[in-house]
Write a protein that binds this ligand. Structure first.
Ligand code: TZP
Ligand code: MG
Length: 213
């Protein structure tokens, strides 16, 4: 489900600035992202039918590239449009309940910040773990303190079979250590969304992987 090095792109309309979010997604897909997550949050966030229409457009672009389309938080939307996956945080819907609802055919991602949270998430059926913030981020107002790769190393050691995706402030300049710590992938919002050329940016991030563990 995750082949190292994965670049997992996350975007909502609020992250796109003045650019067309679908154009950014198109470029990022061209650049070689492995996964896409629609994370529609903040002031002016789309809701209802507008959100569904936007989600369907993102899904169509992802399908054309065979890239899994994952919805953040919104289990009802994910099920309604038959997304490939759903991602939930610790404060969102209970992971076990989500797993029960989506069954085996949809990917379940859970954000965790400790070995204990990772253990629970795996018990509840998480297919991968999101871990961060690794570095400082401006894209999540209630983000916890960055912990570098320390927690990724611990979770990786304890649960070697569950893919880990690092998140938070990751760019082409600092993605290397995240993969080196054992993460299969890096999840990125601003470095890709705010780049003038998302395709090139994704390629730069992928180039930061030097192989090895
Ligand atoms: N969770 C932890 S950090 C973060 C999320 C959703 C935001 C990551 O965005 P950026 O712009 O890549 O730092
Ligand atoms: Mg959430």
């Amino acid at each position: 489900m995750f082949n190292k090095p994965s670049v997992y792109f996350i975007l909502g309309t609020a992250n796109a600035g003045r650019r067309d979010p679908l154009h950014i997604l198109g470029e990022a897909l061209e650049g070689g992202i492995s996964h896409f997550q629609l994370r529609e949050k903040g002031t002016g966030a789309l809701t209802g039918q507008a959100l569904k229409d936007f989600a369907l457009q993102c899904q169509k672009l992802c399908r054309a590239r065979n890239v899994p389309f994952i919805v953040n938080d919104d289990v009802a939307l994910a099920c309604d449009i038959n997304a490939d996956g759903i991602h939930v945080g610790q404060e969102d819907a209970d992971a076990a309940a989500v797993k029960k609802r989506i069954g085996k055919n949809m990917i379940l991602g859970v954000s965790v910040h400790s070995v204990e949270e990772a253990e629970n998430a795996i018990k509840n059926g998480a297919d991968y773990l999101g871990m961060g913030p690794v570095y400082g981020t401006k894209s999540k107002s209630d983000a916890k303190e960055p912990s570098g790769v320390t927690k990724i190393l611990k979770v990786r050691e304890r649960f070697p079979d569950t893919p880990v995706i690092g998140i938070g402030g990751i760019t082409s300049l600092n993605a290397g250590p995240v993969w080196d710590a054992g993460a299969e992938g890096v999840a990125v919002i601003s470095a890709i969304a705010e780049s003038d050329n998302a395709e090139q940016e994704v390629k730069h991030i992928l180039n930061a992987y030097k192989g090895g563990s």
